[in-house]
Design a protein. Structure first.
Length: 193
């Protein structure tokens, strides 16, 4: 796909080597999940490739871009502006990489915290970012990688549970969206029982 190749070349200039390798891992993992769930592979690959396009933008610049372009910033994001890379990334994907597909842009925007009632691409990208081959530190990674090809919703819930557990142990600040998203998927599972 020529469009993807153009995006790869352009993006590579703006990410450090390690981040770019992670991005390729997410892109290919997104493609594998798209195949497994009969989703548009090209869209999944573009979302995977561009999901961290704002990761190397300095925190102060992220805050400036949000202010200038009316991107909502929560209190926790203001305190931890590295969290803004998803929202700013969606804006950069639209403006710099000329992505117009709203589904791709939305998946980029929610790939770190998730959100209740995510669509298929949102879940694919959220999961792919967590399980791509270069990741090796998360608890239960082998189990989650296996789950990813059985149920998107159950995998999202498990990732959110593990993330919240990790942040609580570490006494890290938790974005309320992550908690709300976990509760949403936990309640969906409970309703199905």
């Amino acid at each position: 796909m020529k469009e993807l190749e153009k995006l790869e070349k352009k993006l590579q200039k703006h990410l450090d080597k390690e981040r770019y390798q992670h991005t390729l891992g997410v892109m290919y993992t997104s493609a594998a999940l798209a195949m497994a769930y009969h989703y548009d592979m090209d869209k999944a690959m573009i979302a995977g490739l561009l999901h961290d396009c704002a990761k190397n933008v300095p925190n102060e610049k992220k805050l400036e871009l949000c202010k200038k372009h009316h991107i909502e910033v929560t209190d926790i994001e203001r305190e931890n502006p590295f969290l803004l890379h998803a929202k700013v990334g969606a804006w950069i994907a639209r403006k710099k990489y000329e992505v117009t597909d709203e589904e791709i842009l939305h998946a980029i925007k929610v790939h770190t915290t998730g959100e209740p009632a995510m669509n298929t691409l949102d879940m694919i990208l959220f999961i792919a970012d967590y399980i791509e081959p270069r990741r090796d530190k998360a608890a239960n990674l082998a189990e989650i990688r296996e789950m990813a090809f059985q149920s998107l919703e159950k995998t999202v819930e498990k990732i959110l549970y593990d993330t919240l557990h990790y942040l609580n142990e570490k006494s890290g600040r938790i974005d309320p969206t992550t908690e709300v998203t976990y509760e949403y998927y936990k309640n969906r599972r409970d309703e199905k029982l």
